[in-house]
Design a protein around this ligand. Structure first.
Ligand SMILES: Cc1cc2nc3c(=O)[nH]c(=O)nc-3n(C[C@H](O)[C@H](O)[C@H](O)COP(=O)(O)OP(=O)(O)OC[C@H]3O[C@@H](n4cnc5c(N)ncnc54)[C@H](O)[C@@H]3O)c2cc1C
Length: 383
């Protein structure tokens, strides 16, 4: 009997586990490990922060995977021994025939002085709820969406957040009482997708009277005074409501395993997702895949999902002694929520050289409907 270990039951881990279950006979064991009892559908947090979803809408219990023939271990992984394809949890050591590391990116508000005191980290369920609570109650003022550091998950998310906040205030007929601004530690939105996509997002912000301040890296936050202090400015920037993207880092257990250089991400073969250790794969946000234009592949669920399918196919083929032709080719797409029931859409090949070839489609209500349908399908497929 073979055993495949999957570290992390996020987008990539679930995609790997379900594809493997379809490809392998029930005699082969698939074990998924996660510190959390629930799977979170992260894109819905943008709707949670603007009041169109409630917290129970964005999570589902992982225990239900057992009904699909997938073993679930709910425990933090405390160590990884890649050379032995072994994971260590609080009370047990687990060895497998293949190991898939899908632990995502950790978020660490504590890396910036004062930031962790601010409740509006919309990259967590509690933080997204906190933004909605404030947005619901506030009557006027300056709302700042802050991108504290790069890289971060879903390059579109903070820009979508700003436009969804704009839409929520227009719905309340209170937009005139607010300034909305995006302050970003990056030079342009979604830069990997190319200048045309960046400009389309900048134009969409301007069209909604959302002021954009790129190239600003926050140094610290004075929570009591509600001020942001940036490295590039002498004066501080006041806010009334702060919604922020926290700094991201590789999970410490991955660094401790020697899989990622200090401050870096896991290196993999960009087509097979295999690490330097045979039959040890890493997928999704935990990886760092350099692109020819000098920036890494963005951290996005669309890539984690597809990479999980490719890795499952490779593992199954090796176990069953048959060839596998599936590789990850860098294709991806994303919806861009713009508020008031409208969204944009972009799709293309992020592995194209010398630069990714991405097509941005004209925004409309149908793309928003597409994103809502995608969320519904996500839950219907597996829960
Ligand atoms: C607000 C928001 C909106 C987004 N919108 C989109 C979108 O529209 N489109 C898109 O493509 N992407 C989007 N993303 C990004 C997408 O959610 C991520 O890129 C995707 O979830 C990455 O999948 P993953 O499997 O690599 O990691 P994750 O889905 O983050 O899963 C990692 C799992 O590992 C577990 N874990 C971590 N450390 C340990 C440990 N030590 N022990 C045990 N378990 C551990 C975690 O609990 C988690 O369940 C969005 C993200 C956010 C935050």
């Amino acid at each position: 009997m073979a055993r495949i270990l999957i570290a992390g039951a996020g987008v990539g881990g679930l995609s790997t586990a379900h594809r493997l279950r379809r490809l392998l006979p029930r005699t082969e064991e698939i074990v998924v490990f996660d510190q959390s009892p629930v799977h979170t559908f992260w894109p819905s947090l943008l709707w949670l922060m603007t009041g169109t979803r409630q917290a129970p809408d964005v999570v589902r219990p992982l225990a239900q995977l057992r009904e699909a023939g997938i073993r679930v271990v709910q425990s933090p992984i405390t160590a990884i021994v890649p050379a032995e394809k072994t994971l260590v949890t609080a009370d047990q050591s687990w060895s497998g025939d293949a190991l898939v590391i899908a632990l995502g990116a950790d978020v660490d508000s504590g890396a910036i002085p004062g930031l962790a005191e601010v409740p509006g980290n919309f990259y967590t369920v509690a933080g997204a709820q906190a933004v909605w609570q404030q947005l619901h109650d506030i009557e006027q003022g300056r709302i700042i969406v802050l991108i504290s550091r790069v890289p971060f998950k879903c390059p579109a998310a903070p820009y979508e957040a700003a436009m969804l906040i704009d839409g929520a205030l227009r719905k309340r007929r209170r937009r005139d009482a607010f300034e909305i601004e995006v302050w970003a530690a990056e030079a342009a939105p979604m830069a990997v997708a190319g200048p045309a996509v960046s400009q389309a997002v900048v134009d969409a912000l301007a069209h909604r009277d959302i002021r954009y301040h790129p190239n600003h890296t926050v140094d610290r936050v004075d929570y009591a005074a509600r001020q942001l202090i940036f490295k590039e400015r002498q004066d501080s920037v006041p806010y009334d409501l702060l919604a922020y993207v926290p700094p991201h880092c590789v999970p410490p257990v991955v660094t401790a395993a020697g899989l990622a250089p200090l401050g870096g991400w896991v290196a993999v073969d960009r087509h097979t997702l295999e690490t330097v250790y045979p039959n040890v794969f890493a997928i999704g946000d935990v990886t760092g895949i350099p692109l020819a234009l000098g920036k890494p592949l963005p951290k996005a669920g669309v890539f984690a999902y597809r990479q999980g399918e490719v890795v499952a196919e490779t593992i199954a083929a090796r176990l069953l002694g048959r060839p596998s032709a599936e590789t990850f080719d860098g294709q991806g797409e994303c919806f861009i929520e713009m508020g008031q029931g409208v969204a944009g859409f972009a799709r293309g090949n992020f592995y194209a050289e010398p630069t990714p070839t991405i097509r941005a489609y004209r925004s409309g209500r149908h793309w928003h409907a597409g994103k809502v349908a995608f969320e519904r399908q996500w839950w219907a497929r597996w829960w």
